[in-house]
Design a protein around this ligand. Structure first.
Ligand code: PEP
Ligand code: MG
Length: 606
C-alpha cells in the first residue's frame, strides 16, 4: 500500500536481493546516547559500566598528561588537571549512580541527565569564566560516553513490538562491526535488512551484514534525513537503491522479484552435492568465509569444500574479557569438528582499524590503560600481525588454542597483513614457541599444521617470491589489497566511489600473486569479497585462481557460474584485461554488469 512521501536513495548494495520492512531509525552510533530502562538485577552491572567509563577516561587523561612534550604550553597540563578534577567531582561521579539505582536507567542516560543538571547550575553562576566551564564538563562527559560506547556490551535499542508479520529495516548513520555482532545474537528481532549513511561495501560492517544474509545498503547519504520512523522501505540491493514508501504497483513488483529469488535459491540448492568444475573439467575449490563458529553450519549447508577464512577476531570483540585459551580452543575445535576433515583456515587475530576491542579489554592488555585508539590512521596502525607481535601473550595464547584444535580436524593458520619478511619470520617463531609450550605441557597438536600468509598489502603482492619461500599457502585479501593499493579507507563512504577493484594496479597485483604462487607450487586463494562476485569469477579463473573463499551464500551461485565457463576462454579474457589500462575498456571486456565508479564530485572553481 502506498503511503506518505515516495523517495529513492542510492548507496552501495551489500548482500544481493530485496528486503521489505518498516524503518526503525537508530541513534548515531558512539556518541549518541542510548537511553533504555534496565531491570533491577542489572543495576550493579550498569553502575560497574559507569565506573569503568570513568576509570577509562581517568587513565586516558593521566596518559595524556604523562606524555606532554617538554615544550608544550603550561595551559595544556592545567587543562588536563581541570578535566581530571571535573571527573572526580562527586556531582558528576556520584549522582548518576543514584539515578541508575532509583530510576532504573542505563549509565549513558543517567550521565546525560546529570550533565544537564550540572550545566543548569553553571548557567546560574554570575562569573563568565566559570559559566564557560560548563563546556569543559560537557567535554568530560562526552569522553565518558565515548568510553562507554567502546566498552559497550549489548545495548542496541530495538523496537520490540511490530504489527504481526512485519519486519524491520534498521536505518543508522553507521553500525560498528560490534553492533552487527549484537544483531546476530538477537533472535527476538525480525530484521529484514539495514541501511547506513556511512560505510563502504567491503567495510567489516558490510561483511557481517552479508554473514547475516540480509540485504543492505551502505553509504546511503542523508538516509536519516529522508526516512522517517515507520516508513515502508524496500531495499533493492541489486540496484543499489532504497525506495521509501513505494507505490502499490512497485510493492507488487518487488514481491514478485522476491518470489523469483526464492525459486532461484531452490534451483541452486540442487548443485550442493556436485563438485565445482568448469565446462572443460578444471576442478575449483569453493571455500567459505566465516566470522563465528556457528557460521560453520551455513558453510556446510552451502556445500563448502572447507573454511577458507575464519575471521577469529570476532571472538574477541564486543566483550570486556578476552577469550581464554580454552574458550578459543573450543571455538576452533567446534569448527574443525563440524567440517569433518575438510580444511579449516583460521586467521590469527586481525584486530585494529574498524575492528576494535572494547576499552576494558584493551585495558586488560595494558594498552594505554583504556585510552581511545590513539592512531589517526588506524588502518595503517597497529593492526593484525602488528598487533599480535606487540602483545606476545595474546598471540601465543591464540596460537596454542589453534594448534590444539588441529588435533580434531585439518586446521591451518593464516597470518593477516604481512608486509615484511621479518614479520613472517617472527610469526613462524611464535608458532614454534607455542608448539614448545604445548610440548612442555604435554598437550597434543598436529605437527604438520600449515602456516600461510595473507596478501593484503601491495608490498606483499610485490614480494611473492620471498613469501612463498617461507609460507605454505597464500590467501589474497582483496578488500584490504584494494584499500591499501588505492589509498581508500574501505569503511569511508565519502571515498567509496574511488574503491575500484578493476583498477589495473589492483588486477596486476592479484594476477602477480596467483602467478607467483603457481610458479613455486604454493596454493593461492582469494578470500576477499571479490571471490564471491559473480562478475569476477571468469577473470579470476583466467588468472589461474583455483581456490575461491567467500561468504557461504555466494558459493552455489559461483559454482553455477563455473559450470558454464571454460578455462581456455577465461585465460584469454584475463590476458586481454591485463593488457588494458583503461578501466572503461576493462569493464567492456568483462561485459561488466555494474556501472564504473562515479567520478569524484568536482566542485567548479569560480
Ligand atoms: C580482506 O582484506 O580481503 C580480507 C579477507 O580480510 P578482512 O576483510 O577481514 O580484512
Ligand atoms: Mg583484510
Amino acid at each position: 500500500m502506498a503511503e506518505g512521501r515516495r523517495d529513492t536513495l542510492t548507496g552501495s548494495g551489500v548482500t544481493r536481493g530485496i528486503a521489505i520492512g518498516r524503518a526503525h531509525l537508530l541513534a548515531r552510533s558512539e556518541l549518541d546516547v542510548r537511553q533504555y530502562s534496565i531491570e533491577r538485577r542489572d543495576v550493579v552491572h550498569e553502575i560497574g559500566r559507569l565506573t569503568s567509563g570513568f576509570n577509562a577516561v581517568r587513565s586516558e587523561l593521566d596518559h595524556l598528561k604523562s606524555n606532554i612534550s617538554a615544550g608544550a604550553p603550561s595551559e595544556v597540563a592545567a587543562f588536563l588537571d581541570l578535566h581530571r578534577m571535573i571527573l572526580d567531582d562527586a556531582l558528576l561521579a556520584e549522582a548518576p549512580r543514584d539515578l541508575i539505582r532509583t530510576r532504573l536507567i542505563n549509565a549513558e542516560w543517567a550521565l546525560t541527565i546529570q550533565l544537564e543538571e550540572v550545566c543548569r547550575q553553571f548557567q546560574a553562576i554570575d562569573d563568565e569564566y566559570l559559566r564557560e566551564r560548563s563546556t569543559d564538563v560537557r567535554h568530560v562527559v562526552e569522553r565518558v560516553l565515548a568510553a562507554l560506547a567502546q566498552g559497550r556490551p549489548t545495548t542496541m535499542a530495538l523496537p520490540r513490538k511490530l504489527a504481526p508479520g512485519e519486519r524491520i529495516v534498521l536505518v543508522a548513520r553507521d553500525l560498528a562491526p560490534a553492533d552487527m555482532l549484537h544483531l546476530k545474537d538477537r533472535a527476538d528481532v525480525d530484521l529484514a535488512g539495514f541501511v547506513t549513511e556511512l560505510g563502504g561495501p567491503t567495510s567489516h560492517t558490510a561483511i557481517l551484514a552479508r554473514s547475516l544474509g540480509l540485504p543492505a545498503l551502505v553509504g546511503a547519504d542523508n538516509a536519516r534525513k529522508v526516512i522517517e520512523e515507520g516508513d515502508l522501505l524496500v531495499i533493492d540491493a541489486d540496484a543499489d537503491i532504497i525506495v521509501v514508501n513505494p507505490s502499490a504497483e512497485e510493492i507488487a513488483d518487488f514481491h514478485r522479484r522476491v518470489r523469483e529469488q526464492n525459486e532461484q535459491r531452490v534451483q541452486l540448492r540442487k548443485l550442493k552435492g556436485r563438485l565445482a568444475r568448469t565446462s572443460d573439467g578444471m576442478a575449483v575449490e569453493l571455500l567459505a568465509n566465516i566470522e563465528l563458529p556457528q557460521d560453520a553450519r551455513d558453510a556446510l549447508e552451502a556445500g563448502a569444500d572447507g573454511i577458507g577464512l575464519f575471521r577469529s577476531e570476532f571472538l574477541f570483540m564486543d566483550r570486556n574479557e578476552l577469550p581464554s585459551e580454552d574458550e578459543q580452543y573450543e571455538a576452533y575445535a567446534r569448527v574443525a569438528r563440524a567440517m569433518k576433515g575438510k580444511p579449516v583456515v583460521i586467521r590469527t587475530l586481525d584486530i585494529g582499524a574498524d575492528k576494535v576491542l572494547t576499552a576494558t579489554a584493551r585495558e586488560s592488555l595494558g594498552m594505554g590503560r583504556g585510552a581511545p585508539r590513539p592512531e589517526s590512521n588506524p588502518a595503517l596502525g597497529l593492526r593484525a600481525i602488528r598487533y599480535c607481535l606487540a602483545y606476545p601473550e595474546l598471540f601465543l595464547t591464540q596460537l596454542r588454542a589453534i594448534l590444539r584444535a588441529s588435533e580434531v580436524g585439518t586446521v591451518r593458520i593464516l597470518v593477516p597483513m604481512l608486509a615484511h619478511a621479518h614479520e613472517i619470520e617472527q610469526a613462524l617463531a611464535f608458532v614454534a614457541r607455542a608448539k614448545e609450550q604445548l610440548k612442555e605441557r604435554k598437550q597434543k597438536y598436529d605437527g604438520r599444521v600449515l602456516i600461510g600468509g595473507m596478501i593484503e598489502v601491495p608490498a606483499a603482492a610485490l614480494s611473492v617470491p620471498q613469501f612463498v619461500e617461507k609460507l605454505k599457502f597464500l590467501s589474497i585479501g582483496t578488500n584490504d589489497l584494494i584499500q591499501y593499493t588505492l589509498a581508500i579507507d574501505r569503511s569511508d563512504s565519502s571515498v567509496a566511489h574511488l574503491y575500484d577493484h578493476l583498477h589495473p594496479a589492483v588486477l596486476h597485483l592479484i594476477a602477480n600473486t596467483i602467478k607467483g604462487g603457481a610458479r613455486a607450487g604454493v596454493p593461492v586463494a582469494v578470500c576477499g569479497e571479490l571471490a564471491g562476485e559473480l562478475d569476477m569469477t571468469e577473470l579470476l579463473l583466467g588468472m589461474g585462481l583455483r581456490q575461491f573463499s567467500m561468504h557461504p551464500s555466494q558459493i552455489l551461485p559461483v559454482k553455477e557460474q563455473l559450470f558454464g565457463l571454460s578455462t581456455k576462454d577465461a585465460t584469454r579474457l584475463a590476458a586481454r584485461v591485463l593488457r588494458e589500462s583503461d578501466p572503461i575498456k576493462i569493464r567492456a571486456a568483462l561485459d561488466y554488469r555494474r556501472e564504473p565508479p562515479a567520478q569524484s564530485p568536482v566542485r567548479s572553481v569560480a
